[in-house]
Design a protein. Sequence first.
Length: 64
Amino acid sequence: MYVCICNAIRITELRDAAQRCHGDAEAIYASLGRPPQCRQCIEEAEDIIEEERIAAKLPVALSH
């Protein structure tokens, strides 16, 4: 699924980039070489980035 239609940025691509780049959505888009265009996706992208960063801080559950 795409989060940014203008730049063809998929949610999985955004999540991966959020793990490598510590900036906001605009910085992450730039790191992907695709700066925001119409900007309608920025708010949703920020939410996805925040979710990814929170998930990265959670401890990993060990299976028994």
